[in-house]
Design a protein around this ligand. Structure first.
Ligand code: PRT
Ligand code: ZN
Length: 210
C-alpha cells in the first residue's frame, strides 16, 4: 500500500495547531522537535516538518501529497495546488498600514509612495488592481520598523491582534487579503481514496469544534 506524505510547519505559529489537528484525527505519531520526518503508526502517512515557505512548492512538485499552510503563503508563491479544506486556525489579514501621523488618506495617496513588505507578489497584484503606482520594497522581516527608520512610507504585513502595529506607531489602512491555514493537495488529489479518508476525518474534527 502506498504511503502519503503531509507537510506541516516545523516550528512557528501553525505548528502546534497542525499537530493537534492530526492527533485529533486519530493519527498516532511521535512529535520530536529534532526529526524532519515522522511516520504515522496507524495510517499510511508520513509527516514532514518544513519551513512554511517551502510547503506549497513541495506539494505542487509532488514531494509531499498534502500540506498545511497559510493562504498568504500559497498566494505569494503562486503555486498551482488544490485547496482541500479550510482549517479555521492561523487567521490573520494582510494589510497596508501607515504611520499614525501619515498624510495618506485614500488609496490613491499611495501613488509615488514606498511600501515595505515580505509579500511583494500579493501586494503587487493589489496595487495593480487598484491602479496604484507605488514602490514595493521587499525585505525579509521586521517590516514594522521600516517607516520609523525612514525606509518606507507604509508597510504591508500580516495582522492578527493589531498589537504590533500599535506598538510601532502604525495603523491599519487597507485590507489586502484575509488568510487562514488550509489543507492543500496536488491538483486532482481530491480523487485519491486515502486523501478522501483524511479529509473526512479532518471535517469531523472541525465539526466537533463548532
Ligand atoms: O519558520 P517559518 O518560515 O516556517 O515560519 P514564519 O516565521 O515564516 O511564519 P510564522 O510562524 O510567523 O507564521 C506562520 C503563518 O501563521 C503565517 O504565514 C500566517 O498564515 C499565520 N499567521 C497568523 C501569522 C499571524 N497570524 C501573525 N500575526 N503570521 C505572522 N504574524 C505576525 C505578523 O507578521 C506581525 O509581525 O505577527 C505580527 C502581528 O501580529 P499582531 O497580533 O501583533 O497583529
Ligand atoms: Zn516562513
Amino acid at each position: 500500500m502506498k504511503t502519503l506524505k503531509i507537510a506541516i510547519q516545523k516550528s512557528g505559529r501553525l505548528n502546534e495547531k497542525s499537530v493537534e489537528l492530526l492527533k485529533n484525527c486519530g493519527l498516532s505519531f511521535e512529535n520530536y522537535k529534532s526529526s524532519l520526518i515522522s511516520p504515522v503508526s496507524n495510517f499510511p502517512l508520513e509527516i514532514l516538518f518544513l519551513r512554511d515557505d517551502d510547503i506549497p512548492e513541495y506539494v505542487q512538485d509532488g514531494i509531499a501529497d498534502l500540506g498545511i499552510v497559510g493562504e498568504n503563503v500559497i498566494q505569494e508563491t503562486e503555486v498551482k495546488v488544490s485547496y482541500l479544506q479550510k482549517l479555521g486556525f492561523g487567521k490573520c489579514s494582510l494589510k497596508v498600514a501607515i504611520t499614525n501621523n501619515s498624510d495618506i488618506e485614500q488609496l490613491s495617496d499611495l501613488n509615488g509612495k514606498s511600501i515595505a513588505t515580505t509579500y511583494p507578489v500579493i501586494l503587487g497584484k493589489f496595487l495593480q488592481k487598484n491602479s496604484i503606482d507605488a514602490d514595493i520594497r521587499t525585505i525579509s522581516g521586521s517590516v514594522e520598523i521600516s517607516p520609523g527608520l525612514g525606509l518606507a512610507d507604509a508597510i504591508c504585513d500580516l495582522v492578527s491582534t493589531g498589537g504590533t502595529l500599535k506598538s510601532n506607531g502604525l495603523k491599519a489602512f487597507a485590507d489586502v487579503m484575509s488568510s487562514e491555514a488550509v489543507l492543500i493537495g496536488r491538483k486532482g488529489s481530491e480523487n485519491d481514496i486515502l486523501i478522501q479518508e483524511l479529509i473526512q476525518r479532518i471535517q469531523s474534527v472541525l465539526r466537533a469544534k463548532e
